[in-house]
Design a protein around this ligand. Sequence first.
Ligand SMILES: Nc1ncnc2c1ncn2[C@@H]1O[C@H](COP(=O)(O)OP(=O)(O)O)[C@@H](O)[C@H]1O
Ligand SMILES: [Mg+2]
Length: 358
Amino acid sequence: MADTMQNYVELQGINKHFGSFQASDNISFTIEKGKLVALLGPSGSGKTTILRMIAGLETPDSGNIVIDGQVVNEIPASRRGIGFVFQNYALFRYMTVYDNIAMGLKVKKIPKAQIKERVDSLLELVSLKGMENRYPNQLSGGQRQRVAFARALAPNPQLLLLDEPFAAIDAKVRQELRSWLKEMIGKLGITSIFVTHDQDEAIEVADEIILTNQGHIEQIGTPEEIYRNPQTAFTASFFGQNAELPDYHDFRSFAELDHVDRVLIRPEFVKVYKQDEKIQYERTASEGIVESVSFRGDRTELRIRVNDAVLAAKRNPGEPAIRAGEAVKVFLYRIFVTRGNEVIPLENLALQTDMVVF
Ligand SMILES: Nc1ncnc2c1ncn2[C@@H]1O[C@H](COP(=O)(O)OP(=O)(O)O)[C@@H](O)[C@H]1O
Ligand SMILES: [Mg+2]
């Protein structure tokens, strides 16, 4: 299987300094042709720098950038066959939608009739037909971003780079645009890399995630792999809506570890029961008090105190209601323990043996 897959982009040991600051620290990864990959990480972790080096807008200090089997280090941005969608759209304010999309084609001195044909088909593709004579300020944020997308696609690039493409758009439209972009890129089959600091966005949109932190790569994998099996302490704390447990000994029944830095628990691994609810692992549950209850439509979110720990948990609409102030039973399926840069997942022993241990 592996040798039939074609790598379209490869970074080999890329380093980049700004003065004494190392923005890229030995960055290596490969991206298969046609994949949609997220460069994910906190602000300042070096994502944009990587994207700009691939585009040719920034030069690495060392290492190679390979696109379609060719080292492109010395090839200028304009000849790398790359489309770029910037964070702030960067549409030309005094140009119509049509002229914005046509811009890159006019620069290439392509005949007018051919430009018109291409722009018309792109307008159709991004569902903006009839809006070609509008100016950017006469469009919604989502529409502007679709123009930026069409403009980047106009010269028919083989690689599309998008830097925080949804950042400036309000939540509801952002949600729609994410699905739209994923579908569009899938349909076009164009290899794409998008930068985001939003874990949910990366999980939802990307085929694969490259997680960056302080200029280096923490982990690479599918959203599922990286979410389920974090390989570093950073990855474990970056993904999921973790609560931190001051002392996991408040909870039965987990293996004893002699040295522990942090204990992380995700809401999906917390099960909450009312006092009179039947529970399988009764004797391994802890006593908690519900601090708050927030109705979220499709679910209810609870905050529960167990000694010094405050946990987040979810409750489905079908389950009996739990109220603030109520005493409840709390069972943890799984926790993540970090030790230095290492992360150790601990399964509740009651589950492993399928019997009550204590
Ligand atoms: N041209 C530059 N000159 C100096 N420092 C820069 C430059 N570009 C980026 N940096 C620094 O490099 C670090 C990573 O920046 P960036 O790649 O933009 O991160 P991200 O996109 O993950 O937020 C930041 O600390 C930023 O201040
Ligand atoms: Mg950035």
